[in-house]
Design a protein around this ligand. Structure first.
Ligand code: NAI
Length: 800
């Protein structure tokens, strides 16, 4: 025992343990054995097998938990399906009361939840007590509000049904709250699977649901590893999958759900930059780094794991950082004076060690503090790497541990390039005292969340989620609610029988050098790429017939290479995304005006090609003009929000265009469907590569001149005629296509979803359901605008 004098001299911390008694007696009450929570009860099945849940602080077993299989998952989904009808029929207020009761009950048992979480996950009690659990409570309060307001806020939307939710181990109860609260608020029922390393707080949560008398079946919790997750993903009665975890499993789930009609949101990995400019408050930035990469042992999807330093302050910042690292304390998660707790499991510890060794082998310099780690448990010291090459493993791969890598930059432009030099795009933190620079950089970062002079701030009122391979969809705020709702009109759409509309003629390939078709070549419209009419790469064309089967013309047959060229042209047309909304609106109006001048010509074309009568053709052209006006109107009005988050800051939710979008049009309504799909996409700043109606492409090729005369910048709209099956696949596989809309058959919808898994681009497909393009409810509006953007949340703190 140290004397007071000794303590005064050394200023050593003494232990400040939080007692585990409450949590341990709760575990004992359940004989340390847990069953899944199905239909309101902890259910036992025959042939149960168990897995151990181990505490990372000492490697000792906490509990044994059922590895759920078919029987459990079927029962859980069945219960959720039965519960859906009555639950979704409750009033918003009734659902709000349940969510409010959950919030209150967790608040009352906050200490038990916090201690159990730290025992199970290894995170410092300071974090589970002051961050995880309060945020869980806040989430249920916030969503009690959305439950109450759903009908008046999300007009025309309805719940989806049974939602399968699969969560990771890094924030067990918080991820549960992020998933369950919005799902229930929207009126869905849930089957949730916690991660196999961290299931116990989900089971304590199930007890809370019993205490507040939540109707049985509304929330079901099945335990187990990835195999249980797979069963949920594959279950035919699950209509939505929400997943948080590794990008690798996210890809598997994207492929697995392709073509099933299941709605999907993915919150995946990251390699988030933490950028320090030379005018930053360096001491503040050092504390920021501590929160960015050593919060939760760095096992955070949005951890600021890449420290980007302006060269002029790099040495000073690193010296301060090393000094700070010497004073960090790693140890028992239940010690209230601990900064860094235990790594969740040996397998994760090995992964960290392996990547650190690889980093050293690749030539980076590793620095760790001088102190020793605890003997017992799974611990890893805070680690700093310098001399890191931007393309190296350390700079690119998510380590998911307390390992920070640093690189330097000279100019703000270089900082943006380095920051965006990753396949991910989850979060970014930037530090400068110059607000102009901060906002300029924030808008240039490809990242779903940007924290200015702050890091790792979360709140239920703000959306959270990634760009690029960090996934798609948002959690929190009204953005997150849409992930659990569908437009009511979708339910009533008729499904195409495969081949029902005989709009799939076999292409007759004609070689450019084939003398017999030579005279036709001049008459065959080409592709429209980068503002120019371009011959298709293969030199082939296909014949177009009118509705009576009479040959009309040849049209260029685009292939994968043409898609590549079109994407390249669209990539170069970045100025369209940066143009003011006013300018984009003007151009849409101009397009409408020029189409209007040639309305009779387009109408005649529709009559002669598609066989519709005059009235129908006039209606299609008039509706196309109206739709251009409609989206011109929205261009400067779809303008984001300032979220009401509780810390002193302004949280700006900014809709940003995806960048380059692919659009594949249906065979029918060759002018109107084309306009209805292109207009919202370009109105909000996307550049598009479009495959128009295969059956009647001349309506699109006639539009080239209208585009030329309407000041559409080259590359903003690119049109590749050809077979949609082939071109949709090429667009889905293209790494530079950031989002893809496909309207056509169920078969190709499935291909598009599956093939999009490469760069995890969000897709919007119709699964063969046919829209009425003349109906404003189905063919224009909010749903189109929402799918044309991703939301970036920028947190800007204020105060002296
Ligand atoms: P994981 O992605 O394998 O696990 C996440 C959840 O998915 C768990 O509940 C797991 O049981 C489940 N799962 C696994 N395979 C599945 C499948 N085929 N179908 C359905 N569900 C499945 O992550 P894991 O193995 O725990 O960690 C591996 C790496 O993933 C970490 O080193 C880290 O880099 C990353 N990770 C990222 C997270 C994030 O929040 N972005 C969270 C956890 C891990």
């Amino acid at each position: 025992m140290s004397t007071v004098r000794e303590i005064f001299e050394t200023m050593e911390y003494g232990p400040a343990p939080e007692t585990a008694d409450l949590a341990l007696s709760w575990l004992e009450k359940h004989q340390r054995t847990f069953h899944p929570f199905i239909n309101g009860e902890f259910a036992s099945f025959t042939d149960e097998s168990y897995f151990e849940s181990v505490s990372p602080r000492n490697g000792q077993s906490l509990a044994r938990i059922v590895q759920c299989g078919d029987a459990e998952v079927n029962a859980a989904v069945g219960a959720a399906k039965v519960a859906f009808g009555p639950w979704s029929a409750l009033t918003g207020h009734e659902r709000a009361r349940y969510l409010y009761a959950v919030a209150r009950q967790i608040q009352k048992h906050a200490r038990l939840f916090a201690v159990l979480e730290s025992l199970d996950n290894g995170k410092p009690i300071r974090e589970s007590r002051d961050i995880d659990i309060p945020l869980v409570v806040r989430h249920f309060y916030h969503h009690a509000g959305w439950a109450q307001l759903r009908n008046e806020t999300f007009i025309g939307y309805e719940p989806i049904g049974v939602c399968g939710q699969i969560i990771p181990w890094n924030f067990p109860l918080l991820m549960l709250a992020w998933k369950i609260a919005p799902a229930l608020a929207a009126g869905n029922t849930v089957v949730l699977k916690p991660a196999e390393f961290t299931s116990v707080t989900a089971l304590l949560f199930a007890e809370v649901l019993q205490q507040i008398s939540l109707p049985p079946g509304v929330v079901n919790i099945v335990t187990g590893d990835g195999r249980t997750g797979e069963l949920i993903v594959r279950h035919k009665d699950v209509q939505k999958i929400a997943f948080t975890g590794s990008t690798e499993v996210g890809r598997i789930i994207r492929r697995e759900t392709a073509g099933t009609g299941k709605k999907l949101s993915l919150e995946l990995g990251g390699k988030s930059p933490f950028i320090v400019f030379e005018d930053a408050d360096l001491d503040g930035a050092v504390e920021g780094v501590v929160d960015a990469i050593w919060f939760n042992q760095g096992q955070v999807c949005c951890a600021g794991s890449r420290l980007l330093l302006q060269e002029s302050v790099a040495a000073r910042m690193l010296a301060k950082l090393r000094r700070r690292m010497e004073h960090l304390r790693v140890g028992d998660p239940l010690d209230k004076g601990i900064d860094i707790g235990a790594i969740v499991a040996p397998v994760q510890l090995q992964q960290i060690r392996r990547l650190v060794e690889q980093g050293k082998a690749e030539g980076a310099t590793c620095w760790q503090p001088s102190w020793a780690l605890p003997q017992e448990g799974f611990f890893y010291p805070p680690t700093l790497f310098t001399e890191v090459e931007p393309a190296s493993t350390l700079a690119q791969v998510e380590i998911f541990g307390p390992v920070l890598v640093t690189m330097t930059f000279r100019t703000p432009g270089e900082a943006v390039e380095l920051a965006n030099n990753t396949t991910y795009g989850l979060a970014a933190s930037l530090w400068t005292e110059n607000i102009n620079l901060a906002l300029d950089i924030a808008l240039k970062l490809k990242s779903g969340v940007v924290w200015v002079n702050s890091t790792n701030l979360f709140d239920a009122a703000s959306g959270f989620g990634g760009y690029r391979e960090s996934g798609f969809g948002r959690e929190g705020g009204n953005e997150g609610m849409y992930e659990y709702l569908v437009p009511s009109w979708e339910r009533f759409l008729p499904v195409h029988e495969e081949g029902e509309i005989a709009l799939d003629p076999h292409p007759v390939a004609h070689s450019r050098n084939n003398a017999s078709v030579e005279p036709l070549i001049d008459r065959s419209p080409k592709l429209y790429i980068g503002g120019k009419q371009t011959r298709p790469d293969g030199g082939y064309s296909f014949s177009v017939e009118n509705a009576n089967g009479r040959y009309v013309s040849e049209v260029g047959l685009g292939n994968r290479k043409d898609i590549r060229n079109a994407v390249e042209a669209a990539n170069k047309a970045g100025s369209w995304s940066r143009a003011t909304a006013h300018l984009r609106a003007q151009i849409l109006y101009y397009l409408a005006e020029n189409l209007s001048v040639r309305a009779a010509e387009f109408s005649n074309r529709l009559i002669s090609l598609t066989g519709v009568d005059e009235g129908e053709a006039d209606r299609e052209v008039a509706k196309s003009i109206e739709r251009l006006f409609y989206y011109a109107a929205w261009t400067d009005k779809y303008d984001g929000q300032v979220h009401q988050t509780p810390v002193r800051n302004v949280t700006l939710a900014i809709p940003e265009p995806w960048g380059v979008m692919g659009i594949v049009c249906p065979a029918e309504r060759p002018l109107l469907a084309l306009v209805s799909l292109i207009a919202p996409a370009i109105a909000l700043g996307n550049r598009v590569v479009v495959n128009p109606s295969w059956r009647f492409p001349l309506l699109a090729t006639d539009l080239y001149q209208v585009l030329d005369t309407s000041d559409v910048p080259p590359g903003a709209i690119n049109i590749v005629t050809g077979h949609p099956d082939e071109l949709a696949k090429a667009l889905a596989q293209h790494g530079d296509v950031a989002a893809l809309w496909y309207i056509g058959s169920a078969k190709v919808s499935a291909i598009v979803e599956r093939e999009s898994a490469g760069n995890l681009k969000p897709t919007w497909v119709n699964h063969g359901k046919r829209r009425n393009w003349l109906d404003d409810q189905q063919a224009q509006g909010w749903e189109y605008l929402r799918h044309a953007v991703q939301i970036k949340n920028i947190w800007v703190p204020h105060g002296e």
